[in-house]
Write a protein that binds this ligand. Structure first.
Ligand code: ADP
Ligand code: MG
Length: 229
């Protein structure tokens, strides 16, 4: 599903250069639930943005579900991203002036899906994440955990095969974090490939495979119930 080979990332700001990713190889199969764990500044978000086609690597090759990402045009890349990737962020990234329902229907509006169909799909997803009673509320009327549920429902609208989550529990208390991880497990059980970034070992434990990251490198790569790879 995801194959990275020799991926590096160097950020250049004038004469300043930061090498955020060292040459890195990573393969993630369809249907995996992977946690990438590492301290702040270790390059986790840089890697996620490359996997999510939000940023391009400095070098290396990336194949996403059969598509050679590095040789796609901007237009093809944005199509691949919209079709294949759902993204969830630490800060939820909801639109404050829009209702919960509107926030969830937005990606479908961009995709040209009719109002009737997008409302139907959004209501179905909001029911699934336990927010059927909150569809007319605005984000500032919700708890952190509820906001993240809205963001997850929005990420699922296009039936993307891959869900990427960058510190999705970073702004949540322990109980809400646990509930969000239970929701990710349900989504994974339905067949979605999930890659989740966290700096918290307790959160990473929910995944089937834990990749530990440090200074832009993979330090360890372990599958549940097996020895180190
Ligand atoms: P993490 O998500 O693990 O905290 P990041 O991927 O955000 O780590 O950052 C990795 C390194 O790259 C850090 O040293 C950070 O300061 C640097 N970095 C991240 N984004 C940029 C940027 N846009 N410009 C310059 N340096 C950056
Ligand atoms: Mg980060």
């Amino acid at each position: 599903m995801i194959t990275l080979e020799g991926i590096t990332k160097v950020y250049k700001n004038g004469p300043l250069e930061v090498q955020a990713l060292m040459p890195l190889d990573l393969h993630i199969e369809k249907g995996e639930f992977v946690a990438i764990m590492g301290s702040s500044g270790s390059g986790k978000s840089t890697l996620m943005n490359i996997i999510g086609c939000l940023d391009i690597p400095t070098a290396g090759s990336y194949e996403l579900d059969g598509d050679p990402v590095q040789s796609l045009s901007e237009e093809e890349l944005s199509r691949v991203r919209n079709r294949k990737i759902g993204f969830v962020f630490q800060s939820f990234n909801l639109l404050g002036r829009q209702t919960v329902l509107q926030n969830v229907t937005l990606p479908m509006m961009y995709a040209g899906i009719s109002r009737e169909k997008r409302n139907e799909r959004a209501l179905e997803l909001l029911g699934r994440v336990g927010l059927a009673e909150r569809v007319k509320h605005r984000p500032n009327e919700l708890s952190g955990g509820q906001k993240q549920r809205v963001a997850i429902a929005r990420a699922l609208t296009m039936n993307a095969p891959i869900l990427l989550a960058d510190e999705p529990t970073g702004n949540l208390d322990t109980k809400s974090s646990y509930e969000i991880m239970e929701l990710f497990k349900e989504i994974h059980a339905d067949g979605t490939t999930i890659v989740l970034v966290t700096h918290e070992p307790d959160i990473a434990e929910h995944a089937d495979r834990i990749i530990t990251f440090g200074d832009g490198r993979i330090l360890s790569d372990k599958r549940k119930g097996s020895v180190s790879l």
